[in-house]
Design a protein around this ligand. Sequence first.
Ligand code: DAH
Length: 346
Amino acid sequence: MIQQLDELKTKALQELGTIQDEKELESWRVRYLGKKSLLTSTLRSLATLPIEERKSAGTRANQLKTELENGLQEKEQALREAQFTSGTQQEILDITLPGRPLPTGRLHPITQTLNEICDIFASMGFQISEGPDVEWDYYNFEALNIPDEHPSRDTLSTCWVEPKAESGEYNMLLRTHTTAVTARVIEKMEPPIRVIGLGKVYRYEATDATHLPMFHQIDGLAVDKGITLADLKGTLYEFARRFFGEDRKVRFRCDFFPFVEPGVEMAIECLACNGKGCRLCGYSGWIEILGAGMTHPEVLKRGDIDPDKYGSFAFGIGIERLPMLRYGIDDIRLFYGNDLRFLRQF
Ligand code: DAH
């Protein structure tokens, strides 16, 4: 049997040496190492040999198996290398293919909108400012000429942080508007001032398709000698033109806010029906987008700015509504639902 195994070895290794491709190598493997190979049947028949012979034949047969397996591995490696250097590997590794795209992040649509609006006002000379989300009662209300009995101080729409003191006064809250940022600016800065205050604001309100307890605002403030309502209109008109497009019509109407006098509201021609009247604009053709006005003299005085010397205008814009109008989004909750199918569209 040993002799038989030796012959087998010579033959197998000889054949292995002449093999040129993977197909031949596979049939060689089946022939010499497969289930029906001579080696396998020899190994199986060992049990029938007398004990003496079984030992030496067994060792030899196992040795041969290892030798053939090693030979097979080396040949596989050699064929692979030969293929690679000869270029047939091109089918597997095409270095001219473009790379696989890596998933990249993007800015949230609200951040994109804030950036866009900041760019517009920055190009008109406004600087950007921020204030704390947890604000003093003073900057959110008092400094802005909002008296105690004003409805926006109602606990229903304000998230108070500090419980009502014994004196009956609240003093810390989540700011209800970014006008609080401009109240701080009026106190700190000297005219001429052109500032945008932006950030999150909070209201104690139930959530629905158009309301959230947290949303974003931008407030603007300009203080300088000789500022008039014409400057306010010009600035906001330019903003609407840049944000909504050249031809979008704009309408100003009187409104009331305690910190401005006179106060106005600005509306744009409805984006859905171009002013004809539809459900979105309540069949009026107009959509209100911001509040504004000439800063109230009392507000300027609180910041030690002389209202007889300086003119000032202010405006406040809710951010979420803008992309909603522009892209026809009908539910504000989509912005904060973390659904990538929605967010990836921007
Ligand atoms: N703060 C107001 C609000 O949240 C909006 C506003 C109106 C801001 C008029 C202003 C302004 O600066 O002049 O409803």
